[in-house]
Design a binder for this molecule. Structure first.
Ligand code: GDP
Ligand code: MN
Length: 352
């Protein structure tokens, strides 16, 4: 069926939606949502749309994660949105909390300065915890060890495409490590020393051995096409995969290369003394340690998280307006997808 949205270089017979999800042989994967009890309505909205778009057909299990125990009310509500299996996890405190080694007073002072420069969430401790958690300890949660692939969802996001193929099986068959929908520039001040700290790590011992010779280096560092003429963050373009949507292979994030680098970043304390977002950190790790051809733009999946969107022009997509990143003119200069296409898709663009 030519009208199926999705990658054309793939055997669609293998990935057609199953007639009986009960006996279907799933990929080793879970849908992941880190949420608070208070976000039940927002994540419920997401799940209803996600079920309609993808998971109603495939019934991959959900894993809900929280730094506090989920209430019975929350669990019941989630179960009313989908009959897919669900697991509810409380993060052990030591995997979530700010480490003792962080100087709280120093953090407060530095974050006041950031806030004065309009860096969002700078003064919110839980946001720093969340970013650090998603980058490291998330992959080490005992309940996630049985899985290889995850698809991250968030409250109040939207899905516009009827996805007719098993996205996880696509990842597996094509040996993809990471899938994204949106590419954005970040606030350079929030990640000011992220790249210099990364260079320090690479220059230690024989750490250069971790760098993939086919990494997305130009995308990571080059700023030639930056339309807003913004500063790079000490060499990093700030272009990143927007991480509220991500489909990832945890074997990569559990690898020595990624984890050793993450440990170095964590040892600097700058998840608290700066406001490193999980998206730019993930993006640098991927650009350095993965082969760029294993990073996949799911341009066929209509998706939005306020205020940006990816809206494909396809028969299977409805409810969004096709266009670059959305209809808000003043936001368009945040888009760096052109860099990804130019610098990282030249080898693969022929197959789309
Ligand atoms: P933004 O997209 O950068 O504005 O950040 P969000 O507020 O959407 O947070 C990202 C994700 O982490 C969302 O899924 C939130 O529900 C979740 N999250 C953020 N902070 C916390 C927290 O303190 N506890 C829990 N359980 N989830 C959180
Ligand atoms: Mn969000």
């Amino acid at each position: 069926n030519q009208k199926i949205a999705g990658p054309k270089d793939f055997d669609l017979d293998l990935i057609r939606a199953p007639s009986d999800p009960g006996t279907y042989e799933h990929a080793n994967a879970t849908i992941v949502a880190l949420v608070r009890n208070s976000e039940a309505i927002g994540i419920g909205r997401t799940i209803r749309k996600f079920e309609r778009s993808f998971n109603g057909k495939f019934k991959y299990p959900y894993t809900f994660i929280n730094d506090e125990p989920f209430s019975d009310k929350f669990k019941k509500k989630m179960q009313s949105y989908s009959d897919a299996p669900m697991e509810f996890i409380t993060i052990p405190r030591e995997l979530w909390d700010r480490p003792e080694s962080i100087d709280a007073k120093k953090q407060d002072e530095l974050m006041q300065i950031m806030e004065d420069h309009d860096v969002g969430y700078a003064k919110m401790l839980s946001y720093h915890n969340m970013c650090r958690f998603y980058l490291g300890n998330f992959y080490l949660l005992p309940e996630l060890q049985k899985y290889r692939y995850y698809w991250r969802i968030e409250p109040n996001v939207d899905f516009y495409t009827d996805i007719k193929y098993d996205v996880f099986k696509y990842m597996e068959a094509k040996k993809r490590i990471y899938g994204f929908t949106i590419n954005l520039y970040d606030i350079d001040r929030s990640v000011e020393t992220l790249w210099p700290e990364t260079l320090k790590f690479l220059n230690k011992g024989d750490n250069y051995k971790y760098v993939n010779k086919n990494g997305a280096f130009q995308w990571l560092l080059d700023d030639l096409q930056n339309p807003r003429n913004a500063k790079t963050a000490n060499g990093y373009s700030t272009c990143h995969f927007w991480s509220n949507f991500e489909i990832g292979d945890m074997n990569f994030f559990r690898s020595e290369a990624y984890m050793e680098w993450f440990k170095h970043l964590d040892s600097t304390g700058k998840f608290y003394y700066e406001r490193w977002g999980d998206a730019p950190v993930h993006s640098i790790g991927l650009a350095l340690f993965a082969d760029k051809k294993d990073i996949h733009w799911f341009r066929d999946i209509g998706y939005s998280h306020d205020p940006y969107l990816n809206c494909p022009h396809s028969d299977d997509t409805s409810g969004c307006k096709t266009g670059l990143l959305g209809q808000w003119e003043h936001l368009l200069d945040q888009n760096c997808m052109a860099n990804w296409i130019d610098y990282s898709m030249e080898d693969t663009i022929g197959i789309y």
